[in-house]
Design a protein around this ligand. Structure first.
Ligand SMILES: C[S@@+](CC[C@H](N)C(=O)[O-])C[C@H]1O[C@@H](n2cnc3c(N)ncnc32)[C@H](O)[C@@H]1O
Length: 242
């Protein structure tokens, strides 16, 4: 099985239960923080073109897509089927993220988003950065989420490699595992500067993610995030095409 088949097979199996894994108070709190970050970063008044890479079952659409020219792209038919059941009018395409430069015209999108560590599943990170650069308009902005190599979760497991055998949080391993890339701020700085972006900043998420996700720990999470945010489970980079 090559990498693409492995990803598709894993996410197709997860699609049946994916949404049910993220209904807890903890997850809803995480979602509202991402939505806040997106609304702060993107000025969303006008009708804009947005591409959501690894859109899954439609979280990005629900957060910011509805009022805009939104396209969700994902490799998994199962995830896209769930998305379309909830939002029949949304535009989705089944493809790999790295093929997006062939699917869309150059300089087409105002914004590219990729949420909840989706970027870690797309294989060669340099190719994805080049694809995002090709399809964004000059001045366009991307908010891209990866698994943080140096998160608290990984420190506790003594995992420091650039790849990990991944299973979705809080789910059984019945669907098997898939592989994911982990990145550091330094990796992202170099990949995205080389691809021709201005780096606008980093936004870490969820220090206790994958460690202890309990609603009574949300306050502790806020404190830890304000002081040790760099240990977050996810690292998001915000870049602008120059
Ligand atoms: C962690 S989930 C995130 C889903 C969604 N962004 C969210 O926040 O709920 C990762 C998603 O990336 C998709 N994916 C994995 N490999 C991909 C690839 N090479 N190209 C496009 N999508 C891919 C999976 O099918 C899955 O829906």
């Amino acid at each position: 099985m090559d990498d693409i088949d492995e990803q598709r097979s894993y996410w197709d199996k997860k699609s049946e239960i994916y949404d049910s894994l993220y209904t807890t108070e903890w997850s809803l709190n995480e979602d509202s923080q991402i939505a806040e970050a997106l609304k702060t970063i993107f000025s969303l008044e006008d009708s804009l073109s947005i591409l959501d890479l690894g859109c899954g079952t439609g979280l990005g659409y629900e957060m910011i897509g509805r009022q805009h020219k939104y396209v969700g792209l994902d490799i998994s038919y199962g995830m896209l089927r769930k998305f379309k059941q909830k939002h029949p009018n949304a535009n989705v395409v089944c493809a790999t993220a790295n093929a997006s430069a062939r699917l869309f015209a150059s300089n087409y999108f105002d914004f590219v988003i990729s949420l909840n560590t989706a970027m870690s599943f797309f294989g060669n990170s340099k190719l994805t950065a080049e694809a995002v650069h090709a399809i964004l308009k000059p001045g366009g902005i991307a908010f891209l989420s990866f698994l943080n190599r140096y998160s608290l979760r990984r420190f506790l497991r003594m995992q420091y490699d650039s790849t990990e055998i991944y299973n979705t949080r809080n789910s059984s391993s019945d669907a098997g595992f898939t592989s994911a890339n982990t990145v550091s701020e330094g990796d992202l700085l170099s990949i995205y500067s080389d691809a021709g972006f201005r780096i606008d900043g980093f936004y870490y998420q969820s220090v206790l993610g994958g460690v202890a996700e309990k609603s009574n720990l949300i306050r502790l999470e806020k404190i830890l995030s304000s002081r040790f945010g760099f240990l977050g489970h996810a690292i998001n980079i915000v870049v602008c095409k120059i």
